[in-house]
Design a protein around this ligand. Structure first.
Ligand SMILES: [Zn+2]
Length: 368
């Protein structure tokens, strides 16, 4: 008898920046959408523009700008506490849509000095805006600061090493964004995802030399499910129902916030889809206008959803697709953004489909 069951979430481990849980009674497509939303659709703050005032280090400007862009910044409640620059009424950035970080380090002694994310200081935004907004009151005190700054338990991010007589002075402008635009905005460093550890559904075909069981050891999650008996018949109607997820963040958002905001975002996306599919109610004005001839329909409307999907699938052709996102000014204006080339994180996203699979988990049953 088919039985309707509500989704269940069972948390197995919860830490500040990591959560391991089991999701049950949802379709595979829902579980996978949830995974993708957590990785690529949650807004965070990251350095997007770098003005270099002095750089006598051994690293070129764009190299340093790229490294600064990848530094995780505290982004708690970012979806409500900050505006996208494109949605803001300011001309060139203001306190509602930008965070200023400055860094000025010089070495006077005969030592090798590490410039790290701990040297980044929050700067004041002189925007002359008199507009009211409640975004600022929704920010924690350390909003926009590098993750783990002045916390002895967290190692800072190394930006550059300098010797006597060398100096680095920069002004960074951090903005709100999502990882579909650039991987630096992803709150997640890894999202592991597994289902059907015994391969009962035969969604995976294992390659092996002599003995499949010894060459493909079972994961820890296999203890949660009954092994397949040798005399068991294959049920080709069976569907996966239990998903093992492990979400690890870079600290910009907490693990709990990533999961909760991920669910909210997925819900909002589906609500928008439903709204978009609904036929509009005809108004009195519409009834007076005759419908246009069918051969003059014009191009189909492109929704924000469709555009984003196109951009995302383009990532498969190489890291370059991140650097050419619409609206990204080329050249020195936005080195942090343009520097998506060759970055380790961008490499994970931009690699060929099979390599991307390796990026997010091992090959034994992890789903891309
Ligand atoms: Zn603004």
């Amino acid at each position: 008898m088919a039985q309707e069951l509500d989704p269940i979430v069972r948390i197995r481990e919860l830490e500040r920046d990591r959560v391991n849980f089991v999701l049950e009674n949802v379709d595979l497509s829902v579980a996978n959408s949830f995974r993708r939303v957590m990785m690529a659709d949650l807004p965070t703050v990251a350095i997007d523009m770098v003005e270099i005032e002095a750089n006598t280090t051994v690293l070129p400007d764009e190299f340093i700008a790229h490294r600064l862009g990848m530094v995780p910044l505290v982004s708690a409640n970012c979806d409500e506490a900050m505006r996208y620059t494109r949605d803001c009424s300011c001309l060139e950035g203001c306190r509602f849509c930008s965070v200023i970080l400055t860094l000025h380090v010089s070495c006077q002694e005969s030592i090798t000095l590490d410039i790290t994310s701990n040297h980044l200081e929050l700067g004041a935004m002189d925007d002359g805006m008199d507009e009211e907004g409640d975004e600022l009151s929704k920010r924690p005190n350390n909003f926009g600061m590098p993750v783990g700054k002045n916390d002895p338990g967290v190692a800072p991010v190394l930006i550059c090493k300098i010797r006597k007589g060398q100096e680095l002075k920069v002004k960074c402008i951090a903005k709100k964004g999502i990882a579909k635009e650039h991987a630096k905005w992803s709150p997640c460093s890894a999202v592991a995802f597994e289902y059907d550890p015994h391969n009962r559904l035969r969604h995976t075909t294992y390659w092996y030399e002599t003995d499949i069981k010894s060459e493909w050891p079972l994961s820890e999650n296999a203890k949660e499910e009954q092994p397949v008996r040798d005399d068991e018949l294959f049920d080709y109607n069976a569907k996966p129902n239990k998903y093992y997820m492990d979400v690890e963040t870079d600290g910009s958002l907490g693990a709990q916030e990533v999961v909760m905001k991920g669910l909210q975002e997925l819900q909002a996306k589906l609500a928008n889809l439903i709204l978009g599919l609904k036929a509009p109610e005809p108004t009195a004005e519409d009834e007076m206008i005759p419908p246009p001839p069918s051969n003059m329909g014009g191009p189909p409307p492109t929704s924000a959803w469709g555009g984003a999907t196109t951009q995302w699938s383009g990532a498969g052709s190489g890291a370059a697709s991140w650097g050419t996102s619409p609206g990204a000014p080329a050249g020195w204006g936005s080195p942090a953004r343009a520097a998506g080339w060759g970055s380790p994180a961008a490499g994970q996203w931009g690699a060929s489909p099979s390599a991307a699979a390796g990026g997010w988990g091992d090959t034994s049953g992890w789903k891309v």
